[in-house]
Design a protein around this ligand. Structure first.
Ligand code: BDR
Ligand code: CA
Length: 322
């Protein structure tokens, strides 16, 4: 059965790889993509998303633009954004300018409407800050129960990438993330840094993707190589010439749940700590009586993930055949 999904993104290099995987996988029906402020300003995320979809011949998929700021905090995207590493994400992806445009409807309105009209039918994969989701809950309190499953790239158990205790997507809008974990979604799967750093992609694997010759293979190779150079320069992964491609792991796990290894635990998000804002507090050792609310991925299957990228990016048009 083909699984319908909507991707919420802040494109973003790894977001672009996730979009291509979702748009080209025959087991998935990518209904729409929504964008949010995060890696870069939301208008640029929208532009990059349109570029990515058109490059692989999927300009038919509608793109809805969402929130330009977090739901509460005024100190992001500036000045906190200046701390963001420009070597891993690009303001403009190296793909042709889009011919199409974003849809008129704001992303949170689109999300609340589409899930209300298709209750339990569509999975939501959120790979940016969770601002649009919190806004959709504010519009329609039934939104969480209308979502078949929510898969989030975000958070960390033992790792971090923006402060010593926080991962970027959760840190960038911690109040939104806190709402989401308490909102009553039927099933939440969290894919944190701990798992995505087990699915590293290497320079040699980029060469293999490029040799596929397809638009998706070439773009994925360019984009992931850019990430590898950024990681080498700023935050080496411990395995030379590799980088995580966080967001694509979520899409892969939706198709093949054996790509991640999860445990059902309680997760809450820190919003007031002096040093710990945006931390996902994962009660995997049952230190509290808080009820389980989230399937957290502790591990990822790197070979299976790479195999899926190779198989799916062999599909679609050749470069320039838009
Ligand atoms: C997450 O933050 C962004 O930089 C990536 O796109 C990913 O969604 C990783 O922390
Ligand atoms: Ca992202």
């Amino acid at each position: 059965m083909v699984q319908k999904l909507i991707l919420d993104v802040d494109t973003g290099t790894d977001d672009a790889v996730a979009i291509m995987l979702a748009a080209l996988h025959p087991a998935l029906d990518l209904v729409a993509v929504t964008t949010v402020n995060g890696n870069i300003e939301v208008e640029k995320c929208t532009d990059n998303t349109l570029r990515t979809l058109e490059w692989i011949g999927r300009g038919d998929i509608p793109v809805f633009e969402g929130l330009a700021t977090p739901i509460v905090r005024s100190d992001f995207p500036t000045p906190r954004a200046t701390k963001r590493d420009p070597k891993v994400h690009m303001a403009v992806l190296p793909l042709p300018a889009p011919k199409g445009r974003k849809q008129e409807k704001p992303a949170p309105t689109f999300l609340s409407d589409v899930f209300a009209n298709n209750p339990g039918q569509i999975t939501l994969v959120a790979v940016g800050p969770l601002s649009n989701l919190a806004a959709a809950i504010a519009i329609d309190p039934a939104f969480p129960t209308n979502v078949a499953e929510l898969i989030i790239m975000g958070g960390a158990v033992d790792k971090s990438n923006i402060t010593p205790s926080a991962e970027f997507n959760i840190w960038a809008d911690p109040e939104a993330a806190s709402h989401v974990f308490r909102a009553g979604f039927k099933k939440i799967t969290l894919v944190p840094l701990d798992a995505t750093h087990e699915a590293l992609v290497s320079g040699d694997q980029c060469d293999e993707l490029r040799s596929l010759g397809t638009a998706a293979g070439v773009a994925a190779a360019d984009i992931i190589m850019h990430r590898i150079r950024g990681y080498e320069a700023n935050q080496p992964t411990g395995t030379p010439l590799t980088a995580p491609v966080h967001d694509a792991v979520c899409v892969a796990a939706l198709v093949d749940e054996t790509i991640i290894d999860t445990k059902f635990v309680n997760v809450v998000v820190e919003t007031v700590g002096e040093y710990t804002i945006g931390r996902t507090v994962v009660d995997h050792e049952k230190r509290t009586t808080r009820p389980e609310n989230c399937h957290v991925a502790f591990h990822a299957n790197r070979p299976a993930f790479i195999k899926m990228l190779s198989e799916i990016f062999a599909r679609g048009p050749m470069p320039g055949a838009r």
